[in-house]
Design a protein around this ligand. Sequence first.
Ligand code: FEO
Length: 171
Amino acid sequence: MNDRVMDAINEQIKWELYSAYLYLSMSSWFESIGLKGFANWERIQAMEERDHAMKFYTYVLSRGGRVIFQSIDAPPSEWESPLAAYEFQLSHEKTVTARIENLMNIAIEEKDHASASMLQWFINEQVEEEENAKSIVDQLKLVSGETGKGLLYMLDKDLAARVYHPPVVQE
Ligand code: FEO
């Protein structure tokens, strides 16, 4: 496969695995402050990020390319508040979106249509990723004072209902 596209995907695999690391760290922090629903939501988010990494991994191999793993930084381990954590997540997802768009630009420049087609899934996924984080940020902004505690409890119950859907494996 095209070397420039392959190198850029290798770099992106690191970012997806870092995202998994970051959200598992958030899950662990939410557990530590007794918000098990938030912890569940982030644990599943981490699993989905690993799936994103595997989608790229499988794609590179399917094109006869080589995956070379890079160092992954340690993620933060605590946040000032649930709102601060989700604002961090939204900002991180915006960075990932910009990276995926740059990857798409590289695939187009290199006239690599198969990679562009694969990347379209990630372009669409990023819309959802940002929307999900933004929606929780907006709800957490309503949480303050005594009435806020009830809202936080209800939101925690909502997020506890998230279930993991394994990706459909394409051979
Ligand atoms: Fe893999 Fe959250 O984007």
